[in-house]
Design a protein around this ligand. Structure first.
Ligand code: UT7
Length: 348
């Protein structure tokens, strides 16, 4: 058959278009066993248990032992998530690894997770969006599932902060906050009403140096000098109050965006899983959203801020303790260096 302009047309048989999105079929988390109390830090530099508790809500955090990298924590969390999903490593067809603290400068931890799990030759992405990195990875994983590319995606957030902190008075503002850990989820396609209903992400590079770690830097020749080490450029720094204010504003706003997009009220939510940055940030977001703290979960007391790992660790804890039940609506939100921030809505 020919079209009016004379070119051959191949008739395509009508197909049923199927609309998939992601279901989280398994969660897992791993915290290294070494517990570091506030009082342990007070032995190293000028701080106190009272200051840390009052300003952040943190009582303790976990630190890895020498020789353990973020890929090792990620693998432990991934194994648990795969087991919960009833999957084997060979079932995974894509890995998305979020971390700001990779084992090496390159390659990223995606390939290390792949090799350690023996997920042979599947693509392994590395995502470096600090705390909201897990949500960035989740949106990407969901998109890859929605377009039909993959059927079993492993999404991991893992951090080893403890080896990159300044344990002197100069670094005390940052050092008391961070901890090590990992969390993971398995995504599979579903056509049902449950699963990941929405994600919304934002970035604003205007503030790139307000919460950052400057070195090693490819702007410098060489990338790392003894002067940079002496000046503490290899440690993360931030403008605390500016970061605090933006964390509260932007996490609240992105949550409101999702509620408006899905036409639901905050009162319909069963759970809010905020990034574990600071208990005061979490309480301020809860107040802005008008959600009672009984629904706004936190474990920052025990683990501190584990950046990209904080939401999947919290999700795993609440799933395993059965606090999260089938049908529950869960809102997640995070904020971090960049600035980058985002949110996600799940019907469990
Ligand atoms: O994951 C990414 C997102 N991160 C965040 O959202 C973190 C946001 N920011 C914060 O959580 C808060 O800014 C902090 C908890 C880090 C700090 O609280 P703050 O109320 O902003 O404290 P500040 O920076 O105004 O410092 C108050 C005082 C200062 O002393 P002076 O200048 O008033 O004499 C600091 O030098 O506290 C001092 N200080 C400390 N004292 C004891 C700073 N760090 C410490 C410390 N121990 N570790």
């Amino acid at each position: 058959m020919y079209s009016p302009i004379g070119r051959a047309i191949t008739r395509i048989a009508p197909t049923i278009v199927r609309h998939y999105h992601s279901l989280i079929t398994g969660t897992g988390s791993y915290l290294p066993p070494n517990i570091v109390a506030n009082s342990d830090l007070a032995k190293k530099f000028n701080t106190s248990d009272e200051w840390i508790r009052k300003k952040t809500g943190i009582q303790a955090r976990r630190y890895v032992d020498e020789g353990v990298g973020s890929s090792d924590l990620a693998v432990e969390a991934s194994r648990k998530a795969l087991h919960a999903a009833g999957k084997k490593a060979g079932d995974v067809d894509c890995i998305l690894a979020a971390t700001s603290t990779p084992d090496f400068n390159s390659p990223g931890i995606g390939v290390l997770i792949q090799q350690k799990l023996a997920c042979h030759r599947v693509p392994a992405y590395d995502i470096h969006n600090t705390s909201p990195g897990f949500l960035f990875a989740l949106e990407l994983g969901d998109s890859l599932i929605r377009c039909g590319k993959y059927q079993c995606v492993l999404v991991v957030g893992a951090e080893v902060h403890s080896t990159g902190l300044d344990f002197t008075d100069r670094g005390r503002l940052m050092t008391v906050i961070f901890g090590d850990g990992a969390g993971a989820v398995v995504l599979e396609p579903t056509e049902g009403n449950h699963g990941l209903l929405s994600t919304r992400l934002h970035s604003d590079g205007f503030f790139y140096d307000k919460l950052w770690c400057e070195g090693p830097s490819s702007l410098k020749h060489p990338r790392l000098t003894s002067r940079m080490i002496d000046e503490g450029k290899i440690f993360p720094t931030m403008e605390g109050s500016l970061v605090f204010e933006n964390a509260v504003n932007l996490m609240s706003l992105v949550c409101e965006e999702i509620l408006v997009e899905k036409n639901i009220s905050a009162q319909e939510l069963q759970h809010v899983l905020p990034h574990q940055a600071n208990l005061r940030v979490i309480e301020a977001v809860a107040e802005r959203l008008n959600v009672p703290m009984t629904k706004v979960h936190h474990n920052i007391e025990h683990y501190g801020n584990t950046s990209s790992a904080s939401i999947p660790i919290l999700l795993d804890e609440k799933v395993r303790s059965k606090v999260i039940q089938e049908g529950d609506l869960i809102l997640m939100t995070s904020f971090g260096s960049g600035f980058s921030w985002g949110g996600g809505l799940i019907r469990w």
